[in-house]
Design a binder for this molecule. Structure first.
Ligand SMILES: O=C(O)C1=N[C@H](C(=O)O)C[C@H](O)C1
Length: 288
């Protein structure tokens, strides 16, 4: 269901600090024109925590409009660390949303039994398929291959965005024997190429706002078994991603998109602060 590159869109702000909806739509069309398979709205990259409910609704609406027109999958980030409110947020997702990217409950550290109970409860009542967002360096909660395999057997769990901060033993175990129909998507930009080499279906990558076509080609090359091309693209793109993540995401990405004339301002909301111009220049040198 989730093969290919899914771009977690930034939320651009205009000079008055309001969400620049027109710019969201333009970016969405641009990445889909360049080979992305779908969009992710309200991810970390979209600064979801800094948006109020009305702003979140406008971002989803804009992305849903574009995805409907382009027949692309729209995934929406749903973050929460209690099961009841997360289930409510899933039930309230509007028309046009095709999947939900749901973070492993963060900060609380409920243990893997708690993670299983959380996702099974959500999967039993969600209106759209779930993608588990596994990012232990942000959530504080480990989730092993056996747990992901068990959750992946649920018909409403479509996959995992795998962001363990590297290629760990659980990634190797999971990709050796994933549940049928369960997609493993790279979520750490720098490590997407090795994950694809091991059998991942694609990636949810902020870096794919830039060089979208090359990221899509990277997925295709690994899937087609064109190792020479995949390696060359993988090494090149990992340098771009490494440069892009030398400052907190999406500060640098927004700086670059603004410098390229693709969003009206580089503004981010506190506690994020804008990237300095020298780092923006360093990233631009990686893809020009
Ligand atoms: O918003 C996302 O989805 C992503 N967030 C990650 C992060 O900010 O650490 C990076 C990844 O590329 C996608």
């Amino acid at each position: 269901m989730m093969r290919g590159i899914h771009v977690p869109l930034v939320t651009p702000f205009d000079a008055a600090g309001e969400v620049a909806v027109e710019s969201v739509e333009k970016l969405a069309h641009r990445v889909l024109d360049d080979g992305a398979a779908g969009l992710v709205a309200l991810g970390t990259t979209g600064e979801v925590a800094a948006l109020d409910p009305a702003e979140r609704a406008r971002v989803i609406e804009a992305c849903a409009r574009v995805c409907a027109e382009r027949q692309a999958l729209l995934t929406v980030g749903v973050t929460g660390n209690d099961t009841r409110s997360t289930a409510r947020a899933l039930r309230e997702l509007p028309e046009g949303v095709g999947a939900a990217l749901v973070t492993v409950p963060y900060f609380l550290r409920p243990g893997e039994h708690g993670v299983v109970a959380h996702f099974e409860a959500l999967a039993d009542e969600t209106p759209v398929p779930l993608v588990i967002y596994h990012i232990p360096y942000r959530t504080g909660q480990a989730v092993g291959a056996a747990t992901l395999r068990r959750l992946g057997a649920h018909p409403m769990v479509a996959g995992v965005k795998y962001a363990a901060g590297g290629i760990d033993q659980d990634a190797v175990d999971l990709l050796a024997d994933p549940p049928a129909g369960f997609d493993v998507l790279g979520g750490d930009d720098v490590f997407v190429s090795p994950l694809l080499a091991m059998g991942a279906s694609g990636g949810i990558l902020a870096s794919a706002h830039l060089s979208t076509r090359s990221f899509a080609d990277l997925v295709d090359a690994w899937h087609a078994g064109d190792v020479a091309r995949a390696r060359e693209l993988g090494h090149r793109l990992s340098r771009l991603s490494a440069a892009l993540f030398t400052a907190p995401n999406p500060t640098l990405l927004k700086g670059v998109l603004h410098a390229e004339g693709l969003i009206p301002t580089p503004a981010v909301r506190l506690p994020l602060v804008e990237a300095d111009p020298a780092t923006v220049t360093a990233v631009r040198e990686c893809f020009t």
